[in-house]
Design a protein around this ligand. Structure first.
Ligand code: AMP
Length: 249
């Protein structure tokens, strides 16, 4: 069976995000970009299944500007066999991404569609769930473990109260949470080899999807700067302030 992994190019998690002066979005010019960390985990899981002989091919997919090719080359260096770039300058939102992923998953006849549980730029946590809806496939979200059991998957999900175990029929949509695995780094020889692996470019129109955004961001602002701390002389004053000023007790 084949696996597809959605990898998004996002602002690197170490970068301090700055809002554009006109409030139209966050500054991306000259900013370090990387693969979304949860997608690294999703990719690692798919590559491990390939190494175990459970999966025959891993296809990485990224959607956005042509620079997403860098993210795809990283995915190929980590172990994906081939890559598909859906190239567009449109402001992509989860609805369009999930539609396009579902079209590609059907076109490529994959059995497992892996995503990160959320992208660290929009924090939407919607794409996997909506892709499962479009495909009509079961979904295992927030995964902390995954085992293949014949025609089914046994997964553990991270939920508020602990862990939930599910048995899902294949094909399925799976989204990776932090504890699923520890992703590897791409080695230099594999980075070189990845340059020769196939990377196909398609457009949203080729997939029959209109990528136009349905939601409009009205404004974006930095959170207010934190006020400095104060020292209090004793516990009684601390308790009084927590009550009267912070209103936490
Ligand atoms: P979100 O629903 O936006 O939080 O994103 C959840 C997951 O969907 C991400 O971790 C990626 O696996 C996938 N995804 C979202 N946007 C894209 C994109 N533009 N290209 C590839 N994958 C994406």
């Amino acid at each position: 069976m084949k696996a597809m992994v959605a990898v998004k190019r996002v602002i690197d998690y170490n970068v301090k995000i700055r809002v554009r002066s006109d409030g139209s979005g966050v500054e991306t010019a000259g900013v370090k970009m990387s693969m979304n960390p949860f997608d690294e985990i999703a990719l690692e899981e798919a590559v491990r299944l390939k190494e175990a002989g459970t999966v025959s091919e891993v296809i990485a997919v990224s959607m956005g500007a042509s620079a997403c090719q860098e993210t795809l080359r990283t995915a190929l260096a980590v172990g994906a066999d081939r890559a598909i770039l859906v190239e567009t300058d449109a402001d992509l939102q989860p609805l369009a991404v999930s539609r396009m992923l579902s079209v590609l998953a059907k076109r490529e006849e994959v059995s497992l569609l892996f995503l990160g549980k959320q992208a660290i730029d929009d924090d939407a946590n919607q794409t996997g769930q909506m892709a499962a809806g479009f495909l009509g496939w079961p979904q295992g979200t927030f995964l902390s473990s995954l085992k293949v059991d014949g025609t089914h998957l046994v997964v553990e999900r991270e939920v508020d109260g602990g862990l939930e175990s599910l048995r899902l029929a294949i094909p399925a949509v799976l989204t990776a949470d932090l504890r699923l695995n520890e992703p590897r780094y791409a080695s230099l020889p594999n980075i070189m080899k990845a340059k020769k692996k196939p990377l196909e470019t398609v457009t949203p129109a080729d997939l029959g999807v209109d990528p136009a955004p349905r939601l409009k961001v009205l404004s974006l602002a930095e959170p207010p700067a934190r006020a400095g701390g104060i020292r209090v002389p004793d516990v009684a004053t601390l308790v009084a302030k927590l009550h009267s000023e912070a209103k936490v007790i």
